[in-house]
Ligand binder design. Structure first.
Ligand code: SAM
Length: 270
């Protein structure tokens, strides 16, 4: 069993690398878990449980919690402290490689206080069809949250791609003082409810982006019109789709520095 002193020392080493800013404000933890509206029978995937600020609330409410933690010492410690008496499985693994199908037969909710560096790839991964949770309540850097949940007219590639696949809402902001150590930036909690099907077909987004680029000459006429695509609870403006199409086209053609050139731009590629 790892001693808590060892755990703390190793955790200190990994803090910056693994985004280990632990939530110390219990009220915020309660608000996050309340936002997930967990009912008896619900199964929950928690990413990055750390020292268990959210886990201890989740295990009291859900019928099953699977917590995926990359830090070996934290994972072992959590399993020892909370494993008994609760339906908790701690998996020591990179969440970007974790396959929920191995642990969940049916629907599950995803709840997480995400390390900042992993927020975008993780949301992208869990919006992919075969891994989709019924909903996600996730805390991340506030700028990224605002970008994911931007409203029409203020959207970029990230907002469009997220909102093609899910309704997205920022629930509340969380100040740096709610964590130890304190991060340099504010955080926000986002709720994402994936759609059963993307708001527009994006199986091969290359085709979508090319088609939209072909429509560019129309953009000046249509920019002010909310002509567009109903996406459940929100509307994407044509201008957002054009902006996005341009970004996708630039990325897919390798014109953005450091970008790779995907064969198609499905949900796994943006
Ligand atoms: N949930 C805890 C809380 O609210 O206090 C910890 C949150 S802390 C911001 C992020 C946690 O994610 C850390 O425990 C860190 O070790 C873990 N982590 C970082 N990268 C990870 C990854 N790729 N996969 C799984 N866990 C990761």
């Amino acid at each position: 069993m790892p001693s808590s002193r060892n755990t703390l020392r190793r955790t200190a080493l990994g803090q910056s690398r693994l985004g280990q800013n632990f939530l110390i404000d219990r009220n915020i933890a309660r608000r996050i878990v309340a936002a997930a509206a967990i009912e008896p029978g619900d199964e929950v995937l928690e990413i990055g449980p750390g020292r268990g600020a959210l886990t201890r609330l989740l295990v009291e409410r859900a019928s099953k919690v699977v917590a995926v933690e990359l830090d070996e010492a934290l994972a072992a410690d959590l399993q020892v402290r909370m494993g008994d008496g609760y339906a908790l499985t701690v998996v020591q693994q990179d969440a970007l490689e974790f396959d929920p199908a191995v642990y969940f037969d049916g629907p599950f909710k995803l709840v997480a206080n995400l390390p900042y560096y992993v927020a975008t790839p993780l949301v992208r991964r869990y919006l992919a069809p075969h891994r989709t949770p019924s909903e996600m309540v996730v805390m991340m850097q506030r700028e990224v949250a605002n970008n994911m949940t931007a409203s029409p007219g203020k959207m970029g590639l990230l907002s469009v791609m997220v909102q093609l696949h899910a309704s997205a809402k920022t629930l509340f902001s969380v100040p740096p003082k709610a964590f130890r150590p304190r991060p340099k930036v504010a955080s926000a909690v986002v709720k994402l409810k994936p759609y059963p099907e993307p708001a527009i077909p994006v199986g091969d987004t290359d085709m979508v982006s090319l088609a939209l680029i072909a429509l560019l000459p129309l953009a000046s006429v249509l920019l002010e019109n909310r002509c567009t695509t109903a996406s459940g609870e929100g509307l994407l403006q044509f201008s957002d789709l054009v902006t996005s199409a341009c970004s996708l086209w630039l990325v897919s053609n390798g014109n953005i520095e450091g970008s790779r050139r995907p064969a198609t731009l499905s949900i796994d590629e943006w």
